[in-house]
Design a binder for this molecule. Structure first.
Ligand code: 13P
Length: 307
């Protein structure tokens, strides 16, 4: 199928009470794992490209890869720009054929965020592409973006309503306690469900949750078994993700869990078979674990069979 429009996929998800995972890709194997699993489970999906992915693999290369491979699956696939840094980046993504873009001007004061976002909405909507923007600030590390705890703040429900009204965006990323990366805090990393409920009452467009990896135990075990030294990584609990979805969360971003899965597979082959040097055997195991964790996400978010 041709690529799907972001807002079509997410409006349906919010209306019907499930969420669509947005997985970060960087290469062929990750893209294959996402698309083959989505097709097998009849699940709509977002594939997103971050600034780090653009630097690693090239924006056009990834856009062409996703678009070409998506043309041979029969479920809706949205090609999304993750954390677009500015207007210029958004224009580049529009030109490369993305069907959804994020402008992340959340580090600016409110009015400047509105101004920057509005500009991007005008350009994207002129060519029929959907727009995500962020209000509030997540803590953590994502590619080249590092946000310290002191700079993180949660989304204010009234401001969220004003922001959506003034910018005309199609879906809103909010900060409600999650964070990027594999270290989401000591004890139980939490989601501020009360705040989410308030936001959902005031904002009717689909809501987006970043920093939502679960860092599952089976992947931690596999990493440890192959000698990885990760300290004490922690993710968002499945029950928190499940509870957020009926309150308007329709797009859920996942990167860290894919990194862990891919690397766990690679490590297993490399460490366990010192004579192995066929990259297909090594990356192939990574792809197998990717598919497993991707399947778990579709099941968790209620996306299975929604295509
Ligand atoms: P994780 O680091 O929790 O996977 O979050 C990724 C993300 O939000 C990308 O935008």
């Amino acid at each position: 199928m041709p690529l799907a429009l972001g807002k079509d996929v997410l409006n349906k998800a919010r209306r019907e009470g499930y969420a669509v995972p947005s997985f970060n890709t960087n290469n062929l194997e990750i893209t294959q794992a996402i698309l083959e699993t989505a097709e097998a489970l009849r699940a709509p999906v977002f594939i997103q490209v971050s600034d780090g992915a653009r630097k690693y693999a090239g924006l056009e290369n990834l856009a062409n890869l996703v678009r070409d491979m998506a043309s041979r699956v029969s479920v809706p696939v949205v090609l999304h720009l993750d954390h677009g840094a500015d207007y210029k980046m958004v224009l580049q993504a529009l030109r490369a054929g993305f069907t959804s873009v994020m402008i992340d001007a959340s580090h600016h004061p409110f009015e400047e965020n509105v101004h920057e976002t509005k500009k991007c909405v005008e350009a994207a909507h002129a060519v029929g592409v959907s727009v995500e923007a962020e209000l509030g600030r997540l803590q953590g590390i994502e590619d080249n973006i590092v946000v310290e705890a002191k700079d993180a703040f949660l989304t204010d429900p009234d401001e969220a309503a004003r922001f959506v009204e003034e910018t005309g965006i199609d879906y809103l990323a909010i900060a409600i306690g999650t964070s990027h990366g594999a270290y989401k805090g000591k004890g139980r990393p939490y989601i501020d469900h009360a705040r989410l409920e308030q936001i959902a009452q005031k904002v009717s467009i689909p809501l987006v949750l970043h920093g939502s990896s679960g860092v599952p135990q089976w992947l931690k075990d596999k990493m440890k078994a192959t000698g990885a030294d990760l300290g004490d990584p922690t993710g968002i609990h499945d029950e928190d993700v499940r509870r957020a979805i009926p309150n308007g969360i329709a797009k859920i971003n996942i990167d860290t869990d894919l990194r862990l899965a891919f690397t766990a597979g690679i490590r297993e082959v490399v460490m366990g078979n010192p004579k192995e040097f066929d990259p297909r055997k090594i990356l192939g195991k990574g792809r197998e674990y990717l598919k497993q964790v991707i399947r778990e996400k579709f099941e968790l978010m209620g996306t299975v069979g929604r295509a």
